[in-house]
Ligand binder design. Structure first.
Ligand code: G3P
Length: 230
């Protein structure tokens, strides 16, 4: 499963990118607004930084303007994927943009029938929002499982399932087990994915024991060892 970061914050993207685990980035109008910066300059900077798909969302609500916005956004950088809301007009725009060879991410998916329509319209990604479903008392991971099954049953459907609205590391594991192709993860959750108290405890013990070793200079010892063998 690929890992995208769900943010428009450059510092977060830079940090996560330095870990070497980021395959792409998703943004949405709320995330862009939070940064208080120019939309196009921001997504261009992100696309230059990360060598992978970067979702940038259209805001028009009618298909012709969505298509116009989408075609322009796609020209900003080769990494841009045009994000489109799952509405009648959005699906229309998705079909047209797919026909033009523009990669699309159909967003705000809350039921499997919507995902099927997006796939028929040639979407590159479909984004089911699992956390927002959980908030309603509906199991979001079940939706991922259902969409993955539908897509596996019809090999003509080439759309990638991009699990969005991820709230915790357990969500990440569950959508990976369910067969999602991508999970887009907020920076906070990414950091949580590193953590386990047993890791910290084990590391502390290793360091405590290591402190009793006479020569603890690994670099010096190794360099001398390797030079002696030349
Ligand atoms: O980017 C779309 C999605 O991941 C938003 O998540 O946390 O606002 O429900 P959230």
């Amino acid at each position: 499963m690929k890992i995208f970061i769900d943010t428009a914050n450059l510092a977060e993207i830079r940090e996560a990118h330095s870990w070497g685990v980021i395959d792409g980035v998703t943004t949405n109008p709320s995330l862009i607004a939070k940064e208080g910066r120019d939309f196009i300059a921001t997504i261009h900077e992100i696309a230059e930084l990360v060598n992978g798909p970067v979702s940038a969302e259209v805001v028009a609500q009618d298909a012709p303007t969505m298509i116009k916005e989408g075609l322009l956004l796609a020209k900003v950088h080769k990494n841009i994927v045009v994000k489109i809301p799952l509405t009648y007009e959005g699906i229309k725009a998705c079909s047209a943009l797919s026909g033009e060879g523009v990669r699309t991410n159909v967003t705000l998916c809350f039921q499997a029938s919507q995902a099927l329509l997006a796939a028929k319209a040639g979407a590159t990604y479909i984004s089911p929002f699992i956390g927002r479903l959980d908030d309603l008392g509906v199991d979001g991971v079940t939706l991922i499982r259902s969409i993955v099954t539908i897509f596996r049953n019809d090999t003509d459907l080439k759309t990638n399932v991009l699990a969005a609205s991820i709230r915790d590391p357990l969500h990440v594991v569950q959508v990976a087990e369910a067969g999602a192709h991508v999970a887009t993860i907020p920076f906070k959750v990414m950091k949580q994915m590193f953590l386990h108290p047993m890791t910290d405890r084990g590391n502390e013990q290793f360091l405590k024991d290591w402190a009793t070793v006479a020569d603890r200079d690994i670099i010096g010892q190794t360099t001398r060892f390797l030079e002696a063998r030349k």
